[in-house]
Design a protein around this ligand. Sequence first.
Ligand code: PLP
Length: 379
Amino acid sequence: AAYFGAGPALLPTSVLQQASIDLITYLSNPVGVGEISHRSKDAINIIDSTKAHLSEILNIPDTHEVFFLQGGGTTGFSSVATNLLASFAAKTGKKGQPAYAITGTWSKKSYEEAARLGLEPQVATNGINSKFTGIAPVDQWKKLDPETTPYIYYCDNETVNGVEFHAPPVEATCDGKIPLVSDMSSNFLSKKIDVSKFGLIFAGAQKNVGIAGITIYIIRKDLIPQVGTEELNKLNIPITPIAFHYPTVVKNNSAYNTIPIFTVHVLNLVLKNLLANGGLAAQEKENVEKAQLLYGVLDKHPQLFNLPVAKDSRSKMNVVFTINGEGKEEEFVKKAGEQELSGLKGHRSVGGIRASIYNAIDLETVGKLTKFIEEFASA
Ligand code: PLP
């Protein structure tokens, strides 16, 4: 059986087997990993080891800090906005207006959250009129002013629309003067990235690297200090709830309050598995091959399959397409199900078909899908 759901998504079987053992008894504890104190030595070791593995895999420089928060990607939308405004105020004494590249459902939601919080965000680019089928070249984006722009935000992979940045939009940062903030929830650790180029990266674990319950943050250390409550009130910047206050979380090594340690442990097992299988270079190579194979088969049948996303913005994680002909999509999903290929229905907001081929889906499994697609096309 093969599952192509968009998230929560599959994890490597060996990871799940180890996790299920550790859930019952962990190391020399009389109880399982989810039952130990978040202040115990074993829990701290899990946090530190997970951070170390992330640093090793991504080559995270000393200029950056890793921490974890609960609440998923959506908490990232709100927490980025309030924390980074408070940090911009610490540097400049000003409120500023953050800028957003709106390239799909999730960056749109993040922009809307910043607006809801009263931040009057700027729009750097907006693909809504072209139904999020591509990304405008960065030189056509709004020119931003580093003096008044606390950060430029984008979503590296739009899970719903199947739109991915093939390179981060560093040109939008005014030579690095504006911190680049990236939501990598659905393509984190799918490819190599240069962390030094980013002010902040966040990623919910439940797609490529774990189960729901924890979000990974990588922040440039100079963005951590913030102004206090009095200054925030004066500048009309919303106050960050304490559990999501980056300086507090960082100072307490991600355990200011009870961290879901089982979830972090699963993340750590995924990271160890990735390292044992050749690290990011090997993973990226396989992901490229998987995407080429799948898009290749779909491109061979343009009368039947319609791929809406421009080639230079196609996602290597979420392959989105529609099928021409009355009832064809239902038939595709049904026939795929008969061959134990599931999770292929597109997001309820856009319809169509979506095959999510995250890290845990290997080339062989994508091969099963492409074989089915060939059969479907020639039936
Ligand atoms: N960002 C991206 C790119 C996503 O794909 C998702 C969820 O699918 C989210 C954010 C929201 O994540 P959560 O449901 O964990 O809040």
